[in-house]
Design a protein around this ligand. Structure first.
Ligand code: BG6
Length: 407
């Protein structure tokens, strides 16, 4: 209500709602959806007024039984509470009980005061900025950063963050009238209080749900109503999963189309030692040659210069082998038929103000995407595009790297 943030707990068909304002439980429903708490139809969700109904917390004073200087029932019910990242209380013994993502998610001030969420799971961590719905960091249990983030990345809206996982939506590159890569990466997303998606079955996974709806200006440039929900989840073994759900909420009965990419920047030790496997023999559009169509000939993609290609109908799994680090990134994609591979090399690196001259040596973008056939949604239809990233050791077989087995 009134933009106040709430958390929704769900368990076995039952649900409860908790507002950060007042730490106020406002709803408790049985599996038949019947409300069990009273909430006045005239309740105001307007701080500093307390919410009439639900479970207000009277603290540090009940009624007027105390100091005259405290308001009746104290002040806890009129304050904005925060998610507690270190609750010093065990999770519920019943693993199916719902508890807030506060268990493993910390809300912190990031660069330039932009807010970020930190997910933690088994020593691994990931960071997500509300600005851009942008994953800026993914670290293993040894604290090594697995995503590339430029030392010159600007955290200055409306500039996109250079590195991590920018989201290209509703347009990839300049394939349309919108700014390059659309606008999702330059907007402030909100925490999604009602993600309409069950919590991960594994209760230990840390996750956060974000939502983006078009602003007035976005609507002028892209005249469609949509809800874009993004879940970022860090699961056991450090598996990082991004699930995007875009719904057409147009009331004019019109469909709309978009192109999309998870523009993932992987951190690699030396680009000239990197191989991308899984895209061999595919057709691709070469962005460096007016998007002309070619067929990949080599047995893996290696890098000796600038490369900027859209591989069409790419398989679900792609591997990025980092020879020097003896490790492989596995990219698993669903709902995303294409895959972009990009390295700017030296000249283009120098031309980018938010990218170090030599940094192209330590990054490669492999982007799960939907480009050649734009996604079209009729009103009420929803599209899901999922990206799953994991890290495995390289397997050497007779001197060559045997990734298909790992896949
Ligand atoms: O500088 P931007 O807008 O973040 O784009 C970076 C690159 O993104 C890639 O996805 C494109 O294929 C490239 O052509 C582009 O240069």
């Amino acid at each position: 209500m009134n933009g106040l943030e709430k958390l929704v707990l769900r368990e076995g068909g039952c649900s409860a709602e908790v507002y950060l304002y007042g730490a106020h439980v406002t709803s408790w429903k049985n599996a038949q959806g019947e409300e069990l708490l009273f909430l006045s139809s005239k309740a105001l969700f307007e701080p500093p007024k307390a919410i009439r109904g639900g479970i207000p917390i009277c603290f540090p004073q009940f009624s007027n039984l105390g100091s005259q200087s405290l308001p009746p029932h104290g002040f806890a019910h009129n304050r904005l509470w925060a998610l507690d990242a270190h609750p010093q209380l065990d999770p519920p013994p019943n693993a199916t009980a719902a508890f807030t993502e506060a268990q493993a998610v910390e809300r912190e001030g990031g660069m330039n005061g932009l807010e970020k969420l930190v997910l933690r799971e088994g020593g691994w961590s990931a960071e997500v900025y509300l600005y851009g719905g942008h994953v800026s960091s993914w670290k293993n249990a040894q604290g090594e950063e697995l995503l590339f983030l430029s030392s010159k990345a600007l955290f200055e809206p409306p500039k996109a963050i250079r590195g991590g996982i920018p989201i290209c939506f509703p347009q990839f590159s300049n394939l349309g009238s919108l700014p390059p890569h659309g606008f999702a990466r330059n907007r402030l997303w909100a925490l999604d209080a009602d993600p309409q998606l069950d919590p991960p079955p594994n209760a230990t996974a840390a996750f956060v749900d974000l939502i983006l709806s078009p602003s007035h200006d976005d609507f002028k440039a892209y005249p469609h109503s949509f809800e874009y929900r993004l879940r970022v989840q860090l699961g056991p073994g450090g598996v990082l999963t991004l699930t995007s759900r875009v719904r057409n909420t147009n009331s004019d009965g019109k469909p709309f189309s978009f192109t999309f990419a998870y523009h993932t920047y992987f951190s690699v030790s030396d680009i000239s030692e990197v191989r991308v496997e899984g895209l061999e023999t595919l057709d691709y559009l070469d962005n460096l040659q007016d998007r002309s169509r070619f067929t990949e000939q080599g047995d893996a993609i290696t890098f000796e210069g600038e490369l900027d290609r859209i591989y069409l109908e790419a398989p679900r799994k792609i591997a990025i082998l980092d020879h020097e680090k003896n490790r492989t990134f596995l990219v698993i994609k669903d709902g995303l038929p294409d895959a972009v591979v990009w390295n700017p090399w030296d000249k283009k690196a120098k031309a980018m103000s938010d990218f170090g001259d030599e940094e192209y040596k330590h990054m490669v973008c492999v982007e799960a995407a939907a480009i050649e056939d734009p996604v079209t949604l009729k009103p009420t239809e929803e599209w899901t595009g999922r990206l799953q990233l994991s890290l495995v050791p390289n397997t050497h077989v007779g001197g060559s790297l045997d990734v298909p087995n790992a896949l």
